[in-house]
Design a protein around this ligand. Structure first.
Ligand code: PLP
Length: 398
């Protein structure tokens, strides 16, 4: 009875969630969170329609490789579904240490640590090593996981213009020589498809004493000898301190890795909260990544096909006068400059049976609203023809 005198206070966070404008717009136009009904390679079914997937990160197309699938199935049958715990406690298994050794050897590093998400690996590559009072210099266009890592570290963060060595130098010259310093870049930028100007950037980092972190989520499998990535592509293995990346792209699995010297990896295992307090990679996903790594080394045809497809696809886009932001890799943006143009273009591609992804500001810099597309070794010649026709149709709809 007495309780009726007390009114519940309104919950501001609940109200904010309900009123959120971007969420309302997302639900209205429904461009994201499409649940694909079935998939075989780059062919998918969505709302009962057959479409070509043009935005997955399965660069080498290994997610449907029979050996890779079998490896995942066998591992689950042998080890169960989950390690059910974190690595320092009950979650460490031989399949983790085997895969870490294999990745370290492949990348020419002493050691490696894997996590259940690429986001975790890349975030903690920054967060676990930089501290309050340190200086982080980061490319303006780095992935949100690196930015989150920088924020969590409590270090001071300065951003230099995207892929711009002279801007990096200008800022580096103003930083106190007494501070501990970190340089954070990507090998291949996921939205833009740009390859980092690594020799100049890492050269400046070395000159000024920067510990370097390279997120090579989109360079691994794509660049370098047998897909060893951007650092290998430039021959800079001796100068880069940490290579981190994702197993959800060329490795056709999920999870992430950090490859570095032994002392760096042991420091990580002692100090990284994301490593200590999060469950380990499940057996099937470790086995899938391990098998994909074998395929990368034994079957060069996937890498060759990826680049053949990429060259053909980018030539089509250029012949249509589309702006691909100077992409040099299989991650190819189509910059349209406004959210309206992006939406029209995306819809036209869908109409013609091509599935792509919209990226609009603030996910991309203002005026760079774009359609993100990515080529896979699994795209057939016929599919690329069909994609070309769809692009020509979408250009007319602009
Ligand atoms: C550059 C970059 N780093 C890290 C990640 C995170 O990887 P994952 O999706 O495997 O967690 C991504 C994924 O989009 C990425 O593009």
């Amino acid at each position: 009875m007495a309780l009726t005198f007390f009114k519940r206070s309104p919950k501001a966070i609940l109200q904010r969630s309900r009123d959120d404008y971007p969420t309302k717009m997302r639900l209205k136009y429904a461009p994201y969170y499409h649940a694909v009904e079935s998939q075989e390679g780059t062919s998918i079914k969505l709302d009962g329609r057959d479409l070509i997937m043009l935005s997955s990160n399965d660069y080498l197309g290994l997610s449907f490789h029979p050996d890779v699938i079998t490896a995942g199935q066998k591992a689950m049958a042998k080890w169960g579904t989950s390690p059910t715990g974190a690595r320092p406690s009950n979650g460490s298994r031989l399949y983790h240490t085997d895969l870490e050794q294999k990745l370290a050897t492949f990348l020419g590093r002493e050691a490696c640590h894997i996590h259940a998400a690429g986001y975790l690996s890349c975030l903690t590559s920054v967060a676990a090593f930089a501290q309050k009072g340190d200086m982080i210099l980061a490319d303006k266009n780095i992935h949100s996981c690196l930015l989150d890592g920088a924020r969590l570290s409590h270090a001071t963060v300065e951003r230099f213009s995207h892929n711009n060595p002279s801007d990096l130098r200008e800022i580096a010259e103003t930083v106190s020589s007494r501070q501990a310093k970190m340089l954070v870049i990507e090998g291949v930028y996921s939205m833009e498809g740009h390859i980092a100007r690594m020799p100049e950037l890492i050269g400046i980092g070395e000159e000024f004493g920067y510990f370097s972190v390279v997120d090579d989520a989109h360079g691994f499998g794509v660049l370098g000898n047998q897909g060893r990535g951007t650092v290998d592509h430039f021959g800079l293995n001796d100068q880069v301190d940490i290579i981190c990346g994702s197993m959800s792209k060329s490795l056709a699995s999920t999870g992430g890795f950090i490859a570095a010297s032994k002392d760096i990896i042991e420091y990580l295992r002692t100090n990284s909260r994301q490593t200590i307090f999060s469950a380990a990679v499940p057996p099937s996903q470790a086995a899938v990544a391990s098998a994909a790594l074998d395929v990368m080394q034994n079957e060069p045809e996937h890498h060759e096909r990826l680049w053949k497809n990429t060259r053909r696809y980018t030539a089509i886009l250029k012949s249509l006068g589309l702006d691909i932001w100077g992409s040099e890799t299989p991650a190819v943006p189509i910059v349209l400059g406004s959210r309206e143009a992006v939406y029209r273009f995306w819809q036209a591609l869908m109409e013609k049976g091509v599935f792509s992804v919209m990226s609009i500001a603030p996910a991309v810099p203002p005026g760079k609203d774009l359609i993100r597309t990515a080529i896979s070794a699994l795209h057939t010649d016929d599919q690329i023809d069909q994609i070309g026709d769809a692009m020509a149709y979408a250009v007319k709809k602009l």
